[in-house]
Design a protein around this ligand. Sequence first.
Ligand code: BYC
Length: 335
Amino acid sequence: MYTQGLDQQSSEDKKKSARDSGSSEDAAALAAFQKRVEAEEKIEAKDWMPDAYRRTLVRQISQHAHSEIIGMQPEGNWLTRAPSLKRKAILLAKVQDEAGHGLYLYSAAETLGVSREQMVADLLSGKAKYSSIFNYPTLTWADIGAIGWLVDGAAIMNQVPLCRCSYGPYARAMVRVCKEESFHQRQGFEIMLELSRGSEQQKAMAQDALDRWWWPSLMMFGPSDTDSRHSAQSMAWKIKRFSNDELRQKFVDVTVPQAQFLGLRVPDDKLRWNDATEHYEFGEIDWQEFHDVLAGNGPCNRERMAKRRRAHDEGAWVREAAEAYALKQAERQAA
Ligand code: BYC
């Protein structure tokens, strides 16, 4: 047993130094890994994986987790102003789900060897990104409808394929996240339906929310394929199953008929159905706006980060209490 352990250790060491030195064993390990990915085998936490695959996953999963956590803020803004007790209970459940998604995703990223503390530090220092969409304000109750309908709708389009991601822990976390996102999307659409069938003023609120959230929702899918620096490699590794533009197109094709059903106008003069391609054509996205938001200069970037930092500081006592409790439990068990 002991010898076998040593043998395994030394062969692992050999593999590692071969990888580090970029020798032919490195190429063999990469080829074997790619073969597993092609065969649709799930890669698990303890399996060998290329460093770049690990880094890509940590980047994407932690960005996804941060998006869920920051994403609680725009809707949280309406918890105390929801128009009825029922609406408040539904919204509260949705915002709590988002906290839960953040936690599953941090756990999935931790399986790759990064600590929660490190990920949170990267968010708070501004090093790590979160989704651009959460840097827009929620000005009226209709924005809560638009977020559920459009933002969660876009999230589902992007995340359902992630249930088939090659990395097992991420793929499995996404199954439950997607089920919950489905409920979120429906509650948003239902708010929009009620408003668009209501008074002229309510209908105008719904239209105004669609006007403000449409283009930022299209930006959620990321840069166009020609500018997406990670897509080609992430698709080869089967982390991503569709390109940014493919998912954006699917979203437009599904969502435009929903807007028509609501009797609302999508704010795009170039939007038209193409019989030949059987897709909607749509206007050019304002990529300057997207880059400004990513650079920290969106309408609410500073507010969102300031609130997150404050919440983190104010929660210090909870983390300390949990650590003290865990220590006490461990001491009791040891005794
Ligand atoms: N916002 O090469 P690309 C939710 C960055 S939360 C900000 O295409 P990739 C919800 C990208 O990170 C939903 N940054 O990258 C919660 C990269 O920068 P770095 C959040 C963006 O990774 C609460 C650079 O641009 N969903 O549903 O191949 C309430 C180049 O892009 C954005 C996820 O996180 C953006 N929109 O593709 C309601 C899904 N787009 O890292 C709802 C998981 C791109 O090189 N993530 N960037 O500095 C993904 O699927 C992919 O990471 C993306 C980007 C499609 C977003």
